[in-house]
Design a protein around this ligand. Structure first.
Ligand code: HEM
Length: 554
């Protein structure tokens, strides 16, 4: 700790001194003002240190004298809680390894998490009503939407009748056959444009793969969620990209400052960040227009028909708040955030895994040549590619935690473990997906692990040695798909509130990976370099990871 303190030079002088000469106070006021500023700075600093050391809800009980007698133990726990920010996947994995299926506790600076991994405990969590263990309350903590989503407050919304679940799970999924052929063309063009803009080093273009995929996903998602017109609006497209990044950083800052400062800091951030305002200003007139059309339609007038998520949400919402133009835009903003990052990251790691395991390229290309057109028309199929992306997501999951529920009322698991108000229950997704209990040779990459046995038997690879190797890799006793949900696959959460966008996400991942491997040979510039870092439970791809995409026609 001391060494960190030494590394960061603390500015000398008071807040007023640092503000510089533009504050032209009369000189007689200066000593007094300087003293006041020093006191205020001191109070803020003390609060920050206090917040770092003392949890909002101390696990040792309230802040009582007994706290002092257990100081060392307590400080160690707080140190571990702050380490969660940088090392959460390992901390969760350790808890999973030592708990042998029992619930275990992990502390973060701002929360206490209880991880459950046995099927019965997961069932208890997923069955608890939304007003006891709440996904919305957990999302509210993560996203701080009152500051990052134009004043959105999930608590004000009745949870039943939320339109986006039906809009995404049913209507977006059912429309995949209409959406996918256009997305294939858009993705191919966008990827080629981005590729052309990357610098040439030693005769080949070096592409920052994470950024490139995020930009491709943003375009695909704008078209699928908001419609083609908005994709032509440059200001909106720029905001659509920056908004999710702004949101993550802004919400994180708000989460880490003491509660009493959150409205001030959150308000400042909200005023300084522009992405959410551009999104709001662009979507609100459209939502207002659509609401007018709904009104006219209810009076028997002819109105234009629309086939996008704005319309599907409008048609799916039953509660009063969500039926207003503002309510619809808030839901769209929440969907937007949920749709971009996990999808881009999953695709980025799948492409990197293809570079690390190039023996899969030839059978995947064969499958794409044979079956891509059928997949586009139905939204189903490409089982080899499906399995490859699933294996990549198993070993490089975006999130080490899912099925996140924040307690709004005290809750007890059947073994007596208590989850108090403000604590979270969740599943250790990554640890379960890499457990030998569920996956033979769990840490070995086996791209076709999930395909049916007969498909594996009929695998046709031009190199007989490679074919034998692929067939000998570990294989699951029962086949499964990327979008499935079962007791060893919690990538999409669990129970009633599993990801409603997963059918679209899986289809888009297949479109993007298929378009890239059909049209380019790919390799990592430096396969040995670290490809991600972790922040809390998220495995974030490094922006500086470079790939070479060589057009196959050349
Ligand atoms: C690979 C990509 C994706 C992953 C891994 C993923 C994962 C998840 C998970 C785990 C949850 C549940 C939260 C939890 O239990 O902790 C969730 C919820 C949600 N996801 Fe996804 N998601 C992905 C893509 C998408 C896409 C593309 C959309 C929209 C088109 C979307 C929309 C949502 C929404 C709206 C919820 C909230 C559901 C509710 O409130 O009941 N997701 N997602």
């Amino acid at each position: 700790m001391a060494s960190y303190a030494r590394q960061i030079p603390w500015p000398t002088g008071t807040a007023l001194d640092l503000a510089g000469p533009q504050l032209a106070w009369p000189s007689s006021y200066r000593p007094a003002l300087s003293t006041v500023a020093s006191i205020v700075t001191g109070i803020i600093f003390t609060f920050l240190v206090y917040n770092a050391v003392v949890p909002e809800k101390s696990v040792l009980g309230n802040r009582t004298p007994s706290f002092h007698s257990e100081l060392v133990k307590h400080l160690r726990r707080r140190w571990r809680a702050w380490a969660f920010l940088f090392d959460a996947p390992n901390i969760i994995q350790d808890g999973f390894n030592t708990s042998h299926g029992q619930p275990f506790e992990v502390l973060a600076p701002d929360s206490r998490y209880v991880f459950v991994s046995s099927p019965e405990h997961i069932k208890e969590v997923e069955m608890s009503p939304e007003n006891v263990l709440s996904l919305y309350a957990a999302s509210q903590q993560v996203l701080q939407p009152q500051y990052t989503m134009h004043g959105f407050n999930w608590y004000e919304k009745p949870t039943e009748g939320v339109g986006f679940v039906r809009a995404l799970r049913t209507l977006l999924t059912n429309n995949l056959p209409e959406i996918l052929p256009n997305l294939g063309v858009v993705v191919r063009k966008r990827f080629a444009e981005l590729h052309k803009g990357h610098p040439i080093v030693n005769g080949v273009r070096h592409s920052p793969v994470a950024r490139m995929i995020t930009k491709t996903v943003v375009l695909a998602n704008v078209i699928s969620i908001f419609g083609k017109e908005l994709a032509k609006n440059d200001a909106f497209m720029e905001a659509a990209l920056t908004y999710t990044e702004e949101l993550v950083v802004s919400a994180e800052i708000v989460r880490l400052v003491p509660k009493m400062f959150r409205p001030i800091i959150g308000g400042l951030i909200s005023r300084r960040t522009k992405g959410h305002a551009v999104i709001w200003d662009s979507l609100l007139p459209i939502a207002q227009e659509r609401c007018k059309e709904r009104e006219l339609a209810s009076q028997g007038h002819a109105v234009p028909s629309h086939s996008d998520c704005i319309q599907w949400i409008l048609e799916s919402t039953s509660n009063k708040t969500s039926r207003t133009p503002q309510g619809i835009v808030h839901e769209l903003m929440a969907i937007w955030f949920a749709s971009v990052h996990p999808t881009s990251i999953t695709i980025t790691y799948a492409l990197q895994d293809l570079c690390l395991h190039p023996e899969y390229t030839s059978p995947l290309r064969l499958e794409i040549e044979r079956d891509y057109a059928r997949f586009e028309k139905s939204g189903h199929g490409l089982p080899l590619l499906d399995s490859f992306i699933k294996e990549s997501a198993r070993l490089s999951p975006v999130e080490a935690q899912s099925t996140r529920r924040c307690a709004l009322r005290p809750f007890s698991l059947s073994d007596g473990t208590k989850i108090d108000v403000g604590d979270w229950a969740s599943t250790p997704t990554a640890a379960i997906m890499q457990s030998a209990e569920f996956y033979p040779e769990p840490m070995r990459f086996s791209g076709f692990r999930f395909v049916p046995q007969e498909l594996l038997d009929s695998l046709d690879v031009s190199e007989p040695d490679e074919e034998a190797r692929l067939k000998a890799n570990p294989h699951q006793p029962s086949p499964s798909k990327l979008v499935d949900i079962d007791g060893s696959w919690y990538v999409w959460g669990a129970g009633r509130q599993t990801c409603p966008g997963r059918f679209y996400a899986a289809a888009l991942a297949k479109v993007i990976v298929a378009q890239i491997i059909s049209n380019y040979d790919l390799r990592l510039v430096d396969p040995e370099k670290p490809r991600w870092y972790t922040w809390r439970t998220t495995r974030v791809p490094r922006e500086e990871t470079l790939m070479v995409f060589t057009p196959r026609a050349e």
